[in-house]
Structure formats: C-alpha cells, structure tokens
Design a protein around this ligand. Structure first.
Ligand SMILES: Cc1ncc(COP(=O)(O)O)c(C=O)c1O
Length: 394
C-alpha cells in the first residue's frame, strides 16, 4: 500500500502526533526482533516467568467461558482482591466498590487521570529524570510541564525540598513515581508526609505511580495511601511488572469515589472494560501472591547488586545503585556526553540499551539497563557492554 498523502480524505486530517516515532524503548524492541545477534539490556519488563498459579487460574477462567465483557470498573471479586491487597501490603482501607477502577494497564490509568484532572495550560510537576511516557501524556493534554530534579549522590533520591520549591497555587498536579523508572529513586514515608500536607493545603492533586512497588531493596514500599487523604490522591498501579504479565494490559487506580466515577464513565468510551480473564485470574491469585512477590524481589535485589558491582569497575562510568525498581541508570557522560550517540555506538557493538535523554535533561549522558531477568540472560549483555565501554575509554 502506498504512503502517498495526497488523497482528499487524508489531506483533511490534522496530525494528532507531531513526532515521527514512539518511544525509543519501542524502537529497541523492534530492532531486537529484527536482529537475532543483538543482546538486550533495554527491557522495560520482567523477563522471568509469570506465576504458574496465575496462569492456571487464567486458563481455568477461559475454560469456564469468562471471556465476555465485564463491568467497566472491573468485576467485584478483583476489586475486593485489590482492596485486601492494599490492606495487607500498605495497611490502608480501600473500598472495593467506590475507590477502585480496573484499567488497561497503568498506562490507561495515567491517561484517564490526566484526562479528568488536567486542562490545557494547567501546571503539572514532573520528575527529571522520569518516565518519558508521562511527559508525553501531559504534553498531549497541553499541560504546562515543570520539572523537578531528582538528586544524585551514590544513588538517585527524591529531593522533597526541590519539589516543594516548585509547588505553588498554580500547580494542578504533582506526579511522583516511586520506585522510579529509570533512576530507582524512592519516596520515603517522611517525604510523603511533607508532600501530602503541602499539596493538600494548596489544593494540588498527587498522581502517585507505584507500578514498581514490589521492587524495593531496603525497607518496605511507602505508598502515598498510608500518608494522605483520598480527596487529592490518585494512585496508579498495575500487575504488569509485579507478575511479569505486561501483555495482559491490566492495572488499576485507587482514588476518591468521584474521580473513580469520572474515570470509569470516560473509560467506557475508550475500552469498555479491562481484560476479563486477567481480572478473574488475579481475583484468585492476589491473596496468595506473597511467595512470588518475595521471590522476584529477592532475585532483582541480587541481580542489582551483581550488576552494580560489575559496572562500577568499568573506567569512565558512574553507577549510582538504585534503591528500587528494576533499572540501573548508568552515567557514561565522561565517555560520550550524548546518550543517543552512545546508544548508537553500543547498537553497532551488538547491545541494546535505552538512551537516558528519553527520561529528561538529567538523563542526558546516561543509559538505562534493565535487570529483571534470570542472571544467565543478563550476563552476555553485561559482558558485551563492559567490553564496548572499555574499548571506548582507550
Ligand atoms: C513508571 C511506569 N508507570 C507505568 C507504566 C505502565 O505500565 P503498564 O501499562 O504495563 O501497567 C510503566 C511501564 O513501563 C512505567 O515504567
């Protein structure tokens, strides 16, 4: 089929997106599919097996014919399981009927939240470095994006003072992602206390993206839910990263009943409902998920320590150890100030990574490497990366 744009109908369409490509992560994935000799540290998902019991529950649900639409907000059983999970993990009371909306991954949840809360020109505070997709969603809503820097020492952290300096009466929404992609920064309970108080006083919404909640390497995950009142909080969560089921596209929002109602009605016109089989399977599996969660957390913690130890020994690179999440955000700026050209060099050497500039100005000169995979899958990429970076330094 031709790509000619001169047709009368096509000529009447105004482009909705200006950029010619999606995220570099998608581009890497495509490249991996095309080149079998490439090794990848670019993954944005867990490359270990999903819990067998979850899969069994899904197969059973399919056999039982639970293949039809569900209610838009999600089946009661899964919303109850989410509510019990929130109680078990974060000791918070969430009403399954009123406070929970099942979504097509965390991604739909983010879209819905921005659609309901953000109007053209509204000021939105975003982390730098931070996951580029949230910036894209904010820009598509024509929000005024203001970036707050994360701090970096031997690890990346949230600098609460830097956020508070930028939080004004003009701010409509503050986005926080803890543990964070790509830097592995964690918002502490004390940080949440200071932020929730300030945001509440100024009438600012906090969008807390907690999709990596299971991957915390010291202490426990601090959910914003344990520290604030629901009237200005929107918590985004997902099963994608926790149970290695990114393809299921199943996540959820916890928020005030009015926001849930607004988002639910809007969702109906986008996706009608979320993946039915996944909802049934998670209703069954969530209450018995502790063993799997502990296993993946321990695996990732061990991988993280091993990976950081290898990377720290490479001359010319700085490797802050992440506090959470499943990425290392490596600083190679002393070898090449441009993350893009470093990524292209590494591609020529047969390794795929994600260039840090996708995550904001502080990501320039950095590379994102994933470590949520069995170690024997990571090792060849790491070896190749070490050789390529050492060669670059000589
Ligand atoms: C910080 C963050 N939030 C949300 C998502 C969306 O995940 P999903 O839509 O698969 O739940 C991702 C995916 O990479 C992410 O990194």
């Amino acid at each position: 089929m031709g790509s000619d744009m001169s047709g009368k109908a096509l000529s009447r369409v105004r482009p909705v997106v200006q950029e010619s490509q999606g995220s570099p992560i998608r581009a890497m994935k495509k490249l991996m599919e095309e080149r079998s000799d490439m090794v990848s540290l670019a993954m944005g998902e867990a490359n270990f097996s999903a819990p067998p019991e979850l899969i069994e529950a899904a197969v059973e649900a399919m056999r039982q014919g639970k293949n039809l639409y569900t209610s838009t907000n999600g089946i009661p059983a899964v919303r109850e399981a989410v509510s019990s999970f929130a109680k078990r993990e974060w000791d918070v009371d969430v009403d399954p009927e009123e406070n929970v909306l099942m979504t097509v991954g965390g991604m739909e949840a983010i879209h819905l939240a921005f659609r309901i809360l953000v109007e053209e020109g509204d000021e939105v505070l975003l982390p730098d470095p931070g996951w580029g997709m949230v910036r894209t969603v904010a820009e598509r809503r024509r929000a005024r994006c203001i970036y707050y820097p994360l701090a970096r020492t031997d690890t990346w952290t949230y600098d609460v003072d830097a956020i508070l300096e930028r939080l004004t009466d003009r701010t409509k929404l503050l986005a926080v992602n803890s543990p964070s992609n790509p830097a592995g920064a964690i918002m502490t309970a004390e940080g949440w206390r200071r932020l929730t108080d300030a945001a509440r006083a100024k009438g600012v919404f906090i969008l807390s993206d907690e999709v990596y909640h299971n991957y915390v390497y010291e202490g426990e995950h601090a959910s914003v839910l344990s520290h604030g009142e629901l009237d200005n909080l929107i918590v985004i969560n997902s099963f994608s990263k926790t149970f290695a089921v990114t393809g299921w596209r199943l996540g959820y929002v916890i928020a005030h009943p009015w926001l849930i109602q607004q988002m639910g009605v809007y969702k109906e016109s986008i996706s009608l409902c979320s993946f039915s089989i996944g909802q049934w399977a998670l209703a069954d599996f969530l209450p018995k998920s502790q063993g799997y969660l502990a296993w993946t957390r321990a695996l990732c913690r061990e991988n993280m320590h091993k990976m950081v130890a290898v990377l720290k020994d490479i001359p010319g690179v700085a490797c802050p150890a992440p506090q959470g999440g499943f990425y290392v955000f490596l600083d190679t700026s002393a070898l090449d100030p441009s993350a893009q050209s470093m990524t292209e060099y590494l591609l020529r050497e047969g390794i795929a990574v994600v260039p840090g500039n996708f995550f904001g100005t502080q990501g320039e000169g950095c590379l994102r490497l994933g470590f949520a995979a069995p170690w024997d899958q990571l090792e060849p990429g790491l070896d190749r990366l070490r050789e390529a970076l050492t060669k670059k330094n000589t």
